[in-house]
Write a new protein. Sequence first.
Length: 161
Amino acid sequence: MSVKSLNDFGPIPHLIEDGKTFEENAYKKAHFTAKVLGFPALADDSGIVVHALNGSPGVRSARFAGENADDASNNMKLLEVMQGVADRRAVFECVIVIAVPRGPALVYDGRCEGEIADQARGKSGFGYDPVFYYAPNKKTFGEMSRKEKNLVSHRGRRWPR
């Protein structure tokens, strides 16, 4: 058995991620890909959920600052909307779905609780890592080494449902 990426198969039809939850998007991507290719497929959807923003950015994490936003723009917007907000609780969430062309799918999820820092710190990682403060380590994910982050992150802590 070998693991392949979508790049190994050439272009497949575009899929719009319009689910209301990470699980809906991950399932949609995995199931669609499995049906198109005729092989089991794995997909994930993940992002940051901020309590004071009623769950935003959530499934729109990659597009929080606009459709073509980059990590820096998304972080800047999040820091701007969080200025003066006392409740800074946030959760990184990740859902992974393994689907087959026909039949049920397996769903795994992981969470990491933290808070939004007052400013971006650190250059490691990607996405919201520089603004996600993890109190037990007294660092943002952006300040952690890959090894430190993998021990505690939402992708490193998955459980089957």
